[in-house]
Every structure is written in C-alpha cells, then in structure tokens.
Design a binder for this molecule. Structure first.
Ligand code: FAD
Length: 528
C-alpha cells in the first residue's frame, strides 16, 4: 500500500481511539488521514417548544454529552499527532465533498444497522466505489454481526433471548487482541476550503445550558467511559453477584448499575468488545458468578439481542406493519402525554423518574419500566411510540434498536413472555402492572429519591410521600405543598385506570388472535 494514500475515517458512533477497527485501518500505511465528524442537522432540535411527539431530535443533555465526547476524542487524537475535523451539513453530501476535495483513496467507518445509517451508507458507498475509493466498514458497535446471526437463523431474526444466545454462541472477540492505543497517527492533510471547524459549543448549535438548574452528573467521552468501566469492574464481587432485577431503581447517588449505556450506545465511547473481555476476566478470577439473562454479561447480551431483532424486523419502530407487534387501539391524548413527559401526573414516584430523565438523561432500568408501563398499558393507555419519542429525545443513552425494543416489551406489544418470566416468573403478561405507589416504596420508604427530584415535596412526611393527596390539609399546609396548587392531583386513579387498561388489553389480545393468530404469538411460540 502506498504511503501517499489519503484516508478518511468517518466517526459517527465509535467516538473512541481504543478498539476502533475503522481508525486502525485508516491509519495503516496512510500518508495523511482525515478524522471527520459531521454535525448532522437531522439530529438537532434546540427549541424545546418545537418538540412534539414524533420528533426524535436530541435534547440538550445528549448534545452536551456528544460535544464532551467529541472534545475528548479531539484531545486524544491531538496527543497522537492528529486532530478531529468537524464539518456541518447533510452527512452524505459532506462526505462526498471531502472525498473529492481531499483526493481520498480509502474511506473507513463503522457499520451501522440503524435504518437512517443504512440508507445514508448505501449512498456513500455507491459513490465512493464509482470514483475508485476503497471502503472499509467493519462491524464493531456490537459483539456479533446481526447479518450473520440472521443468516444462521434461516433468514429470520431470533425473537427470544434464549434462541438468540443459542444461535450466537461466543463472540469472535473472545480471544482476539484488541488495539487499545497507538504511538502516533498519520498527520492530517491540507483541509482546503471545506469549512472545517473545531468542536462547536452548545450555544453555537443553538442549545442553551442555562435552562437547567441541575446538570447531569454523567460526562461524555472515552476517558470518562474507561474510568467508569474500570471502577465498575474493580469490584469483582459486585460484578460476580450482579443480578439485574435485584437492583434498587431509586438509588441515584450511587446507581445500582454501571451507567455505561450512554458510552456504549449512542456514542460508542466504550467498545462493547472491550467491556465483554473485561467481564470475562473478572468471571475467571472468581469462584462463581451470576449468568445471563440477569448477569452483567447478560445485560450486554440484551443489547445484542435487540440490535439483531431490530435489524431483522421490518417497521421495527412502528406498531403498524410491524410483524412482531400486537395491534392495540392506543389512545391519543396530548395533554395526558405532556403531563407524563413533564413529570406532572400527580404520582410522585412517576414524576420523580420523569424529572430525573429531564435533568440527568438517564434513569435505572426498573424506573424506565415503571414510567413506560404507566404511560401505556398500566394507566394512561397512550401509544408506546409517543413514549418512545420522549425517551429518544431526552435520554443520553437513547438508542434506536434498544429504545423501540424495550417500549414494545413494556407495553406488552412484543417480547413480553420472556420479560415476565425473567422479572416476575410467569403469569399473564398484561395483568402484571407496576403500581405507581407501592413499587417505589419497597425500595425507598422514606422517599429520598422523590424529595431530590421533586423538591416541592421535600417536607411531606414519609407516610404521604407516595400519595400526597391523602395527606390532611393541615399536613399539606405544614409541608408547604398543597395538592392541586403546588403539586398536581393524580391525573387518574390507579386502581380504576389499571382495571380499565387490563380490560382493553384483553380485548385487543383477543382481537389480535382472531385476526391472524397474531403474528407476534406465532413468532414467539418457541418461548412457551
Ligand atoms: P447495566 O445494567 O449496567 O447494563 C450494562 C449494559 O448492558 C448497559 O449499558 C446496556 O448497554 C446493556 N443493557 C442493559 N439493559 C439492557 C436492556 N434492557 N436492553 C438492552 N441493553 C441493555 N437502553 C439504552 O441503552 N438506550 C435506550 O434508548 C433505552 N431505552 C429504554 C426504554 C425503556 C422503556 C426501557 C424499559 C429500557 C430502555 N433501555 C435503553 C434499557 C436499559 O434500561 C438501559 O440500557 C440501562 O438501564 C442502562 O443502564 P446501565 O448502563 O447502568 O445498565
């Protein structure tokens, strides 16, 4: 290979230096290397008031996390004699211009299964081939190649976690040596007049930092990801005994799980293969450890399962036209949706979780269960796609495959059987509803979590903290929180609302069965 080759490494999700095969390939034998990130207008919507259901654009927390990750990547590249080149515009157009202007001979970027990238990458690859540019697009966001798993399964995505595990076996990275660092990288060539800039600030992208009184404690970037990973795995007993359903969803000062999702998912600041190898090393060092689906390794494999299923299922992000999704006549109610989104349902446990989402962009898995169940089949009977949109905008770990998969799961639209076996040990799926009162109380009887995220309730005595509307007026007055004035009354009464939801779910299930034996049922029959 000529040392004069110009290569371009296009960073999208893999915002890291360690275990980044696209970067590795681009750097080999290149005279100059252009490390590019494109700020994509499709992804931005700074105006909160313009945010409506259906809008999946990123909120301020995720953009801040992205910019921190880009700054961290830029500083790592600079230490290696390179730097990050930031450009703005429709990514396909920008990359095509870069290939021409910089006379690039090799284009390297991580393979992506999201539909948005599938379409974009197809166009870029076609163009690159037509002008003789070599394209290298390895699978490195996931442990397994979803295309290979689907092929091994006769062309269909496995629809249960257990069948996924059986087909997948061990990932090929189990024994491979990962490239974790470099002594140097090829220099950046002349960038010409393409409008290359430094990493922008939030304000330059139209977002405002001062709208929040409490910033997320999770900072973006590869350095932070590796620090967080090392801290998590240094406690070998914790890793060995990790069992997901046993964690405390109200633990916010020291979360019960790793909080590695923002680093793994959206931004790829952490390599899932490196995480996998670190877990294997811990497991080798201890006498016994938990196993999938509840172990930490099991969590990583849930990620793989959802990626594969999402990739192999048409219309995975919709109810209509999605062969694995139950058809349920969800309600349209913009006011109810807005109250749920803004943490104004009148149920402190639900509202505190939604405020944690708004402020931190992250909450525990079981907390996500509770608010998703409340919005859909538990209380409000609102479409899972609308809750999905809210999560998609506000989560810092928002991920197309995993978010859609989990919303279908929680709304009992799909994947439900395995879910309930794992968390509740069986039963009729939609009848198991999370109580917005007693579920949180089990973990946090004093309501510390609620008091942190809903300071208006900080003086409410603990016996009323989960149901403040039951407190006598004298107690509400003393706590400086009058229900209906300072804090909302419950928007529905849970006992009645959940009964009505179960009735509607029963009817919808019966209708699905009558229509076609339900495709979801058919596909999921290997679970029974
Ligand atoms: P840990 O328990 O420490 O797990 C380690 C890693 O395993 C995680 O970082 C994550 O990569 C993976 N993982 C854990 N649980 C799951 C799961 N259920 N499905 C897939 N992968 C998993 N996770 C996202 O990353 N992005 C989303 O957009 C997202 N949306 C969700 C929506 C709903 C309605 C629900 C119920 C869950 C959603 N999850 C999502 C899954 C899960 O809640 C988070 O991955 C998890 O809470 C992240 O915290 P952690 O990194 O501390 O997890």
């Amino acid at each position: 290979m000529s040392t004069e080759t110009n290569s371009l490494v296009w960073f999208r999700k893999s915002l890291r230096v360690h275990d980044n095969p696209a970067l590795e390939h681009a750097s080999k034998g290149s005279g100059s290397m252009y490390p590019v990130f494109v700020i994509d207008p499709h992804y931005m919507e700074p105006d909160q008031s313009a945010f409506s259901p259906g809008s999946s654009r990123a909120g301020v927390n995720r953009i801040r996390f992205l910019l921190e990750s880009l700054n961290d990547l830029d500083s790592s590249l600079k230490k290696l004699g390179s730097r990050l080149l930031v450009l703005k515009g429709e990514p396909g157009d920008v990359i095509l211009r870069c290939l021409q202007e910089w006379k690039v001979k090799r284009l390297c970027f991580e393979y992506d299964t999201d539909p948005y990238y599938q379409a974009l990458d197809f166009r870029v690859k076609e163009y690159a081939s037509s002008i003789g540019v070599e394209v290298f697009s390895p699978v490195s966001h996931t442990l397994f190649n979803p295309t290979e798993i689907i092929k091994k399964n006769g062309g269909k995505a496995p629809l249960s976690y257990q069948s996924f595990l059986k087909i997948a076996g061990e990932p090929s990275c189990v024994n491979s040596e990962l490239v974790m660092s470099y002594s140097s990288l090829p220099p950046v060539g002349d960038v010409g007049s393409l409008g290359v800039s430094e990493v922008p600030t939030l304000e330059e992208l139209g977002y405002r930092d001062d709208e929040q009184d409490e910033l997320t404690p999770f900072r973006g970037g590869e350095s932070e990801a590796l620090k967080r990973l090392r801290k998590s795995i240094s406690d070998k007993a914790w890793v060995a005994n990790f069992e997901k359903p046993k964690g405390d969803p109200s633990a916010f000062l020291k979360p019960a799980t790793t909080v590695l999702s923002p680093y793994l998912k959206k931004f790829g600041c952490l390599s899932s293969r490196y995480f996998y190898q670190c877990l294997q090393r811990v497991y080798k060092d201890v006498k016994k450890h938990s196993s999938p689906p509840v172990s930490l390794l099991g969590q990583l494999l849930w990620r793989e399962f959802f990626y594969t299923t999402a990739f192999g299922t048409r219309n995975f992000d919709k109810m209509k036209g999605n062969p694995i999704c139950k058809q349920i006549p969800w309600k349209e109610d913009h006011d109810m949706l807005a109250a749920w989104r803004d943490g104004k349902t009148g149920y402190p446990w639900i509202d505190a979780i939604m405020i944690q989402l708004l402020k931190w962009g992250w909450m525990h898995h079981l907390a996500r269960h509770c608010v998703a169940c409340f919005l859909t089949r538990g209380d409000l009977f609102i479409h899972w796609e609308q809750g999905r949109d809210v999560f998609e905008r506000l989560l810092i770990d928002s991920d197309w495959a995993i978010n859609n998969g989990n919303w279908m799961w929680l709304s009992c639209s799909s994947f439900f059987y395995q879910a309930l076996r794992c968390f509740f040990g069986g039963g009729i799926q939609y009848n198991r509803i999370y109580s917005p009162i007693s579920f949180g109380k089990k973990y946090d009887p004093d309501g510390k979590y609620i008091k942190h995220f809903l300071p208006v309730l900080k003086d409410m005595p603990k016996q009323y903290i989960y149901e403040p509307w039951t407190a006598p007026l004298s107690v509400q007055t003393k706590a400086k929180c009058i229900v209906g004035k300072d804090y909302p009354k419950p928007m529905v009464m849970h006992d009645e609302a959940s009964k009505e939801c179960k009735r509607k779910m029963g009817e919808a299930y019966a209708l699905n069965k009558k229509m076609n034996g339900n495709i979801g049922d058919e596909d999921l029959k290997d679970l029974r």
